[in-house]
Design a protein around this ligand. Structure first.
Ligand code: ZN
Ligand code: ZN
Ligand code: ZN
Length: 159
């Protein structure tokens, strides 16, 4: 966690911004809730627990700044709420989301998986891909009573 904060601090510095205590508190909440997809209000309520003096406007401006610097991505799952999602370090493209239409869980796929599709788009459409958003809507493994694919994939990777 500390080394990631250090790197985010450097990112801010190279864009001539400082990691103020309020900004740091916001970054910490994002790191602590890396698997969640928090709205600005969610982030604000969590930051406020540790830094009661902070205001929503400050948190909101920090989130916008982090979005601009590509530390986080702003996403919308169709419910009209902007959510903030940390980008994987070193990832060229944004991760994919699996949204369960039964329980509402959002799972993430960090692997890009789109190599072949991207080749077709770049070649057939003369389109230089910079990023993408991919959201699958369906029924998760939990609601289907199936085993946790993360555990199965870990096992596969070890074998
Ligand atoms: Zn995500
Ligand atoms: Zn990609
Ligand atoms: Zn589900």
């Amino acid at each position: 966690m500390e080394s990631r904060i250090e790197r985010i601090k450097k990112q801010l510095h190279s864009a001539s911004y400082k990691l103020t205590p309020q900004r740091e508190a916001t970054v910490r909440v994002l790191l602590e809730h890396e698997d969640d997809h928090l709205s600005a209000e969610d982030v604000y309520l969590l930051v406020k627990e540790k830094s009661p003096e902070i205001g929503l406007a400050t948190v909101y401006r920090t989130l916008e700044l982090l979005t601009e610097l590509k530390v986080v991505d702003k996403i919308n799952f169709g419910d009209g709420v902007s959510r903030y999602d940390l980008r994987q370090e070193g990832a060229d493209h944004f991760h994919h989301h699996l949204i369960c239409i039964e329980c509402g869980t959002v799972d993430e796929i960090q692997e890009d998986l789109l190599g072949d599709v991207e080749k077709v788009v770049e070649h057939d459409w003369n389109f230089k891909i910079k990023d993408h958003r991919l959201t699958f809507h369906g029924i998760c493994w939990r609601c289907q009573g199936k085993p946790d694919p993360k555990k199965a994939n870990d096992k596969r990777d070890k074998e």
